[in-house]
Design a protein around this ligand. Structure first.
Ligand SMILES: Cc1cc2nc3c(=O)[nH]c(=O)nc-3n(C[C@H](O)[C@H](O)[C@H](O)COP(=O)(O)OP(=O)(O)OC[C@H]3O[C@@H](n4cnc5c(N)ncnc54)[C@H](O)[C@@H]3O)c2cc1C
Length: 617
């Protein structure tokens, strides 16, 4: 059963001369930029900086290249890629009382393409107000929604794969960017019930024709990083084989960056140290003449900085790492969207279980996908999103959601029970007030970091998630679902009775709330959207790690560009925000060195990735 889809399968490996597997293969070049991490941000930077022929760029990636494994291009089998696979960092959280002292899996991509290679594909820009808030916070209008649009345009390559009208608004989309974005390619049997519920109750679940307009509130068709039946990732777009052919871009995979080598003058970093080989037993260093750029993500970037002596003096002293720069915000402010899964047994055979529990049909679908890129495996796992506000804030005219609900037409394989058919509804908290941290507790850079997301550690977060759960249950109890839902599966029956969304401040229903809270603390997990651990902040701010040019405050030669730079987590699935922040950073860096917008020389390369016709990588 698990030999087809659920085990990664190898196709012919492409030969990519500038993608190196071992440090000995590197040419004897002087590197202008060394980028750490080949994920969303690192991919953008490697691409955009090597548009300048004069720049030699080296990208270091801890994971392997997966361009040859078909599960990485098939959109559906996201749950075969993480958690706890060779393509995941296999991190877990520390036990925390707010989640019943459970140790939670914390998936992050450990492959070229980073988390974009293993993510769930949803493409959401977030509300315009989030970007406008950022512009105000940073006192820099270039971060406003309006001014960030050109970076979204550089990132998005909309593919109109659905002739049904009214499912998106072309006015908000770019067809010339790097990552393919499209509507669902295959219908799900629950689509009609979802849409009908919105039609029947437009005040509660208003239909939103395009959630990427800057006003995401309501129910709409999901937009995802896929097209032509394939995933679109940082690997297939910014780091496509075409881009990897550039003579000034080299990528070294399977190398683990341990730290920045201590600066000889005490503040100018130019060398990065990395471990490689079996058991990472060998150490080497490389030099960047312009900048070292950390794009290792919100957990690993602070991990590297702390091992380099940049962080909170108390943390560094307690571990015994010599302090190079006191920067207390490193690793703090960890923010993430927490979720729960509400599974229901349903009265239908037309759910994912029809093939996830039927090897013959599953093999047929794999064959169909290989031959035509069609069928259920050529689609992502979400066809709709519901963004909603807490009712007590409904008077706020900004159109900002606080919570989100997603719908799966089954339990994500391979976690489905062997019998039965299911609906899985996923309430998510978008505006957490809990803040966690990432620290280290060893001088060995190979020891995993301690991740404390502190999920649901504030009363507001608990109330808001409770609200989202009631909203989700209320949604699937409307008339279009009559006769469909048989029973809750894995959560208390009492939630079904008590389904009315209520203001987050309402404390009358203490008993029902208490039962729900207990279940939530025992079941909540991560959306894998960590952000904020090395935040941007304006000059003179009393928090933050990087200036508006992405340079680490107080030292020279090192920048941070990845999800860790958001001072506040966007109300969005985070890949689109990270892609555009990296596009912006690439421009800032190019301009600083005299290239690009207003600079002295035009860019010289371009390249999109697997083409509009859908050819291989
Ligand atoms: C399971 C999962 C599902 C998700 N679903 C969605 C979704 O549906 N929609 C959405 O918008 N977002 C989703 N996300 C989040 C989104 O993918 C991330 O926010 C985004 O990729 C973050 O970009 P980044 O550049 O900060 O980090 P990443 O993309 O994670 O890239 C970091 C890279 O750095 C490498 N690296 C780290 N440390 C080192 C080191 N020491 N040495 C060398 N290399 C190193 C990593 O291996 C990785 O390749 C999901 C994430 C996960 C894990």
């Amino acid at each position: 059963m698990r030999t087809t889809l659920w085990t990664a399968a190898i196709l012919a490996a492409p030969v990519l001369s500038l993608l190196h597997q071992h440090p000995d293969e590197l040419p004897d070049l002087s590197w202008d930029f060394v980028i750490v991490g080949g994920g969303a941000a690192g991919g953008v930077l490697a691409n955009r900086l090597t548009e300048v022929r004069e720049f030699n760029v080296l990208l270091l990636e801890a994971g392997p290249d997966t361009g040859d494994i078909f599960n990485f291009s098939m959109p559906f089998p996201v749950s075969t890629l993480s958690p706890f696979t060779p393509y995941d960092w296999n991190y877990t959280t520390v036990p925390e009382t707010s989640t019943n002292n459970r140790v939670l899996g914390y998936p992050l991509g450990h492959v070229l393409g980073g988390s974009t290679s293993i993510n769930s594909l949803l493409y959401t820009r977030g509300p315009s107000d989030d970007w406008n808030w950022l512009a105000e916070e940073l006192e820099d209008d270039s971060w406003s929604w309006k001014n960030m649009q050109r970076f979204f345009q550089k990132n998005e390559r909309w593919v109109h794969n659905d002739s049904t009208s009214g499912r998106f608004d072309p006015a908000h989309h770019s067809t010339s960017g790097m990552n393919f974005v499209s509507l669902p390619q295959a219908p799900e049997s629950i689509d009609e019930m979802i849409i009908q519920t919105s039609k029947d109750h437009p005040e509660e679940y208003p239909f939103n024709v395009d959630m990427n307009s800057g006003r995401p509130l309501g129910l709409g068709w999901a937009q995802s990083t896929m097209a032509h039946g394939r995933r679109s990732t940082a690997r297939t777009s910014y780091l496509s084989n075409e881009v990897l052919a550039r003579p000034n871009l080299h990528i070294l995979v399977n190398v683990f960056v341990t730290r920045l080598a201590p600066p000889s003058d005490g503040h100018t970093f130019s060398q990065v140290e990395f471990a490689y080989g079996p058991d990472k037993a060998h150490l080497a260093t490389l030099t960047a003449t312009h900048d070292l750029i950390l794009s290792a993500g919100s957990i690993n970037t602070p991990r590297i900085l702390l091992h380099s002596g940049i962080g909170h003096p108390t943390t560094l002293a307690s571990v015994g790492i010599p302090q190079v720069l006191p920067l207390p915000s490193v690793g703090q402010n960890l923010s993430d969207h927490t979720l729960v899964r509400l599974n229901f047994l349903v009265n239908s055979t037309d759910t994912w279980e029809r093939f996830s529990n039927n090897q013959t049909l599953e093999e047929e679908y794999v064959k169909m996908w290989k031959e035509t890129k069609q069928g259920p495996l050529g689609n992502g796992v979400f066809n709709h999103i519901l963004f909603a506000k807490l009712s007590e804030e409904a008077n706020d005219s900004s159109g900002e959601p606080n919570v989100e609900v997603l719908f799966n037409n089954g339990i994500l394989p391979p976690w489905q029970p062997e019998t039965g058919n299911y609906l899985s509804v996923i309430p998510i908290l978008l505006t957490p007030t809990s803040r966690g941290h990432v620290i280290i507790n060893s001088t060995s850079p190979l020891s995993p970091p301690l991740i404390s997301p502190s999920f649901l550690s504030t009363e507001y977060d608990m109330k808001a998630l409770r609200y989202a759960i009631r909203l989700a249950i209320g949604f699937v109890k409307r008339a279009p679902w009559e006769g469909y839902i048989l029973s809750p599966f894995g959560f208390p029956e009492s939630f079904m009775v008590d389904d009315s969304p209520r203001p987050a401040s309402d404390s009358n229903e203490l008993e029902a709330d208490g039962i729900m809270d207990e279940w939530v603390r025992a079941n909540a997990g991560t959306t894998a959207h960590p952000a904020g651990t090395c935040a941007l902040s304006k000059l003179g701010a009393d928090y933050g790690c990087v200036d508006l040019d992405f340079r680490v405050k107080g030292v020279k030669g090192v920048r941070v560009v990845d999800a860790s730079v958001f001072p506040r987590i966007p109300r969005a699935h985070t890949q689109a925000p990270v892609y555009v922040v990296a596009e912006k950073a690439a421009e800032v860096i190019k301009v600083e060195y005299g290239y690009g917008r207003g600079g002295r020389a035009p860019v010289v390369h371009s390249g999109v990735g697997f083409g509009a016709s859908g050819e291989e990588l």
